[in-house]
Write a protein that binds this ligand. Structure first.
Ligand code: HEC
Length: 103
């Protein structure tokens, strides 16, 4: 009885090792294109964090330049970077606005 349990456990262990080893050898192909950013997923969160309150509801330029409108933001494109000082933010804006009309 004990032996059967031990053999079973050894089997489970070996299977686990085999599966783990198999996964290690899987290679992830490098991305063929630069990562694409989305307005909702990447751009809006930056603007919401850094451009409040003026460009959002209740802000003084919300009527003229609402940043919750992707078309307005896409038109401004890299001009946004004159006000965004973080180089990572700037790179994301540049990459996104390079695909003009990006959603
Ligand atoms: C304190 C209020 C305020 C905040 C905060 C603010 N803006 Fe503005 N923004 C304005 C006003 C007012 C205008 C209208 C034109 C002007 O004064 O330059 C404007 C216009 C702009 C323009 C168009 C004019 C230009 O320079 O090309 C851009 C682009 C812009 N803002 C980007 C940003 C970004 C990006 C942020 C966040 C990092 C931001 N703004 C935060 C008030 C603000």
């Amino acid at each position: 009885m004990m032996t059967a349990v031990k053999i079973f456990l050894a089997g489970v262990l070996l299977l686990t090792i085999a599966v783990a080893a198999g996964q290690k050898h899987e290679t992830v192909p490098p991305p063929l294109v630069a990562p694409r950013y989305s307005y909702r997923g990447n751009i809006l969160p930056i603007l919401q964090a850094k451009c409040q309150p003026c460009h959002f509801e209740g802000g003084k330029v919300f009527a003229k330049l609402p940043f919750n409108d992707s078309t307005v933001v896409a038109k401004l494109g890299k001009r946004l970077n004159t006000r965004l000082k973080d180089s990572t933010d700037q790179a994301v804006i540049l990459s996104w606005s390079a695909h003009a009309g990006a959603k």
